[in-house]
Design a protein around this ligand. Structure first.
Ligand code: GLC
Length: 754
């Protein structure tokens, strides 16, 4: 039978079917009833998936399954207590680690494996990637996000969308837009200038839409300049569809927004997870005329066009047997490519051939964190612990320490408050105290010490400053005591940062010999760490987010915003609070390195920074012309001048003329990672610079304009390590795109100025 087109099918739907079709089937938590908690598991079709759409069997329209999350498909691993058949998923590295690979080809390949798992477990649309900006280190979901920079965020998102969708399943780029905090996320009004919105917060989504064609977009919980994003026609229709050409469907975040009719009229096609009250409201609005039949039909048609692409519509017989072994290798490879060596004094790493016995310190060494909590969590069968990884790599892990930590953690865990919800953070246990005698003994008995500092975070809560962004006294004391003892014995100390977001390092980074930022590396954690420590893999990761010297240096000063109600403030951290609030993005476009470089504030570790076990030279920077005409290409010659094979992440920054409007000192406009270069090998990298790359958003002109003047092309190993510079001139301004004068703040945003 010839496939009917969506328009025809919609015309055959009854009114009641249309009303049901734009509202999800609800949230059925086991024991939680219909419409229970904000995020959880629906028992329809695929247990543990986040939601499903309404089926219309008489028209051959199935229900499709929407499943979280950005680091792996989150579904219930054991059904009805029957563990003879399990549904564990692969826990891939978290978003911020993937961005630290700076390798879109690798991330795309990971997406292919990831999408296969989504398909073979019977889901249709993956509720990922998440690409909000890491504006402030205390943001609770930074682990799920990619970067402080929209070019990295957008390209990483596009890469994983292309990979996942290659399997014939969909994605949902989220949370659209300006949802950079958890505190009060469903009520907070993000107040932000049009320029910062366009250049920083929308830009990543624009890149993702135009480079990967995601099937769906998930609008965010918050308001932008006074209007809920899910209710904003300016955002969802004028910008997303009319300016950017998005063709897919827009869904709400779970129970996001308030005014259902405004959502329908805005172009927020699908209300998830869906409640009966929403259907009643739509029915009443149709009767009263506040919602037109035409709009309802348009929303139905956009949903149906996506449904018709889904495996469920094409009755795909999924296996429930994705190749988890193969995907584990994909996860391990990505993890090694995204870890970042921050310090490596005296070539402590890779561990020498003579290093066999390892003293492993730190609670988290024995409870290694694969990923964050909340909808971005994954239920993997097993996380390879650090000690397992080290042992598998042939190291001998100090038994005395292991047999001290393990019972300590068991006892403390037993005493700690139990997580209340699936998205609750596990209690942070006090660092086990180790006597100086025991530490001294371990320094005699072992060849090196490893200390892991762990941090976890997730949905519903932002991070705290003390003992979260900063290290606890117990952690600092451990680093000091172990380092003193091991240095006395002529041995070295490596600190591992098993964290999902930025932590303070300046006050202690001088103490240990090496620091490896493992991030939250997914299920193959221990193996990936051992691959790097042993030198089996030469680290090539670089930071996609700045590490500030201290929290007070962070330019995003207003976080998490001001309480507008009379509920007493509880400050940052802890469960997101349900009070009306507003947060002002007064740093404007000066987020992360855009601020540190422009205002000359030294970070502890700069954006784009990461060490290798080899060294590279940059030479021969050449521009195709010294005058810009249509495009300019920049070529650079990278050579491995060290003794081991390695890959180099090369960044292209632009410094633009500032006579028309203020601009950051540098902005990232291109990046590339070399292939694995053997010692002595070299590679020429070519970057193409377009007018869009040069354009800034001119609010008064309501347009993207590349201003006339002299531009500097800066090729860097990081945002603070420019290797080579060349200049070109743009003789006359180019208006790259006229925009629409929308999403204006209701008040002047008192933005940071140079
Ligand atoms: C959540 C999250 C979103 C997730 C959705 C479904 O509240 O904000 O990222 O995809 O609900 O679980």
């Amino acid at each position: 039978m010839p496939k009917k087109d969506a328009h025809t099918l919609v015309s055959q739907m009854t009114l009641d079917e249309k009303i049901h079709f734009v509202v999800g089937n609800g949230m059925k938590l086991p024991g939680g009833g219909d419409g229970g908690a904000a995020v959880g598991a629906t028992e329809d079709k695929l247990p543990g998936a986040a939601g499903t759409t309404y089926a219309i069997p008489r028209l051959g329209i199935p229900s499709v399954v929407l499943a979280d999350g950005p680091a792996g498909i989150r579904i219930t691993p054991i059904r009805n207590g029957d563990s003879t058949k399990t549904y564990y998923a692969t826990a891939f590295p978290v978003g911020t680690l993937l961005a630290s690979t700076w390798d879109t080809a690798l991330v795309r390949n990971l997406g292919v494996a990831f999408g296969n798992e989504v398909k073979e477990y019977g889901a249709d649309i993956l509720l990922a990637p998440a690409l909000n900006i890491q504006r402030n280190p205390l943001g609770g979901r930074s682990f799920e996000y990619y970067s402080e920079d929209p070019l990295v965020s957008g390209n990483m998102a596009a890469a994983i969308v292309n990979g996942v969708q290659q399997n014939g399943v969909g994605t949902s780029i989220k949370h659209f837009v300006a949802n950079e905090q958890e505190t009060n996320r469903t009520l907070v009004n993000t107040i932000v200038s049009e320029r910062a919105l366009r250049e920083i917060y929308l830009k990543g989504f624009q890149i993702a839409v135009q480079k990967s064609n995601p099937w769906t977009v998930m609008s965010s919980y918050n308001k932008v300049n006074g209007t809920y994003t899910s209710e904003s026609k300016d955002l969802l229709t004028t910008i997303l569809r009319n300016e950017w050409g998005f063709k897919g469907l827009v869904m709400t975040d779970w129970f996001g927004g308030k005014d259902v009719v405004a959502q329908m009229n805005a172009g927020n096609d699908l209300l998830m997870p869906g409640t009966p009250a929403q259907r009643d409201t739509i029915a009443a609005a149709l009767k009263s005329g506040s919602l037109s039949q035409k709009t309802l039909d348009e929303n139905c048609e956009r949903i149906l066009k996506i449904v018709m692409q889904c495996p469920a519509y094409n009755t795909y017989k999924f296996s429930d047997k994705p190749n988890l072994q193969a995907h584990a290798q994909v996860s391990r490879l990505a993890a090694t490519e995204g870890m970042v060596v921050l310090k490596n004094e005296g070539s402590t790493l890779p561990l020498g051939k003579n290093i066999k016995r390892i003293a492993v310190y730190g609670n988290t060494s024995y409870e290694f964190i694969s990923g964050g909590v909340g909808s971005g969590d994954v239920y993997e069968a097993h996380t390879v612990t650090l000690t397992e990884g080290l042992s598998a790599a042939g190291y001998t892990v100090d038994r005395t320490l292991q047999t001290a930590y393990q019972p300590y953690l068991l006892k403390e865990r037993a005493k700690a408050p139990k997580p209340q919800y699936f998205f609750s953070l596990p209690a942070v246990l006090p660092e086990m105290q180790v006597s100086s005698e025991a530490i001294g003994h371990s320094a005699d008995e072992n060849d090196v010490a490893i200390i892991t500092i762990g941090r976890n975070a997730g949905e519903f809560q932002d991070r705290a400053l003390e003992n979260d962004f900063t290290l606890s006294n117990g952690e600092k004391g451990l680093i000091d005591n172990v380092t003193k003892a091991f240095h006395r014995s002529g041995k070295k100390v490596v600190v591992l940062l098993n964290v999902g977001g930025v932590v303070e390092t300046a006050s202690w980074q001088a103490t240990p010999d090496a620091i490896l930022l493992t991030w939250q590396p997914g299920q193959e954690a221990g193996h990936a760490v051992a691959d790097i420590l042993s030198g089996k893999v030469n680290p090539s990761g670089k930071l996609a987010v700045s590490f500030p010297m201290q929290y007070s240096d962070v330019p995003a000063k207003d976080f998490p915003g001001k309480n507008l109600s009379d509920i007493p403030e509880k400050g940052v951290g802890g469960f997101s609070l349900g009070y009306n609030s507003e947060v002002k993005y007064e740093e404007g476009i000066y987020v992360g390195y855009r601020y540190y470089n422009t205002f000359k504030v030294q970070p502890a570790y700069p954006f784009g920074y990461g060490l290798s076990y080899t060294s590279f030279t940059y030479s021969g920077l050449k521009l195709s012309s010294s005058t810009f005409n249509k495009t300019i290409t920049a070529t650079i010659f990278i050579k491995n001048t060290g003794s081991v094979a390695g890959k180099e992440v090369v960044q292209l920054y632009i410094s633009a003329p500032t006579d028309k409007i203020q601009k950051p000192a540098e902005e990232l406009k291109g990046f590339a990672k070399t292939r694995l270069l053997k010692p002595g090998e070299s590679q020429t990298l070519t970057f193409t610079i377009t007018p869009a790359d040069l354009a800034s958003y001119h609010t008064d002109a309501v347009a993207w304009v590349a201003d006339a003047g002299t531009y500097s092309v800066k090729i860097g190993a990081s945002s603070a390590d420019i290797k080579s510079t060349a200049v070109f001139n743009l003789p006359a301004a180019i208006t790259v795109q006229k925009a629409h004068d929308v999403l204006k703040p209701q008040m002047t945003v008192n933005e940071m100025k140079q």
